[in-house]
Write a protein that binds this ligand. Sequence first.
Ligand code: 8X3
Length: 252
Amino acid sequence: MGKRRVLITGATAGIGAACATTLAANGYDVILTGRRENRLTGLQEEITNLYNVDCTTLAFDIQNRKSTLDAINSLPDTCTIDAVINNAGLALGKGPFQESQPEDWDTMLGTNVTGLLTVTHGIMHKLKVSDHPHIINIASIAGMESYAGGHVYCATKAAVRSLTKSLRIDLLPLGIKVSAVSPGMVETEFSEVRFKGDKELAQKVYRGFQPLVAQDVAEVVLYLLNLPKHVCLNEVVMTATAQANAYHTIKN
Ligand code: 8X3
């Protein structure tokens, strides 16, 4: 199998950054995308110092369709893409729906759903000509089980799971694999973002048990990418051992 190149959205932190370093460590060329340019170039420096791979960065706001497509289209024709890790996503707020902010709905829908569509559609011409094309969507168990205060976030992740299945069907004639990875609680900046900077509330989410870490998810993504050409894992649902599902976690 020749060298493959993977585009990772939301590569500036958490699961995206862990995927970037893990894939680079395993010989994949990577394209890191995200909003925060300084974080992207920092990670690029780290990767190119450590690994003999090609590492490109593209800074754009995934909620802005034009900026996203301009960035993708700025890649030279020689810059092939074999796989995409649609990881950019966030939750904002965990209060009841009646107290939620419409601006937060827009940000979640624009990033988690529309952003994923824009990127996937925008790179389709490159995926189509790859020998090992693969779309990996980072979903969530929140897309399987709605929980209190989850409303729009849960809906976006249900959409990601649904789109994964639809795309799997539509892209079948093109031989493009489409997979979803649906993790439970992963200790990253996720909760700090959800609770809008409230570190105490964020830390409480992961207290009293051993949650997943970003690296655990990155290892699964690597496993999916390394499967033989004729094998597609359509969805992986993964949680910490202490978490059975969205409602049942054993905490000390
Ligand atoms: C993140 C997992 O359970 O906090 O998607 O919604 S959860």
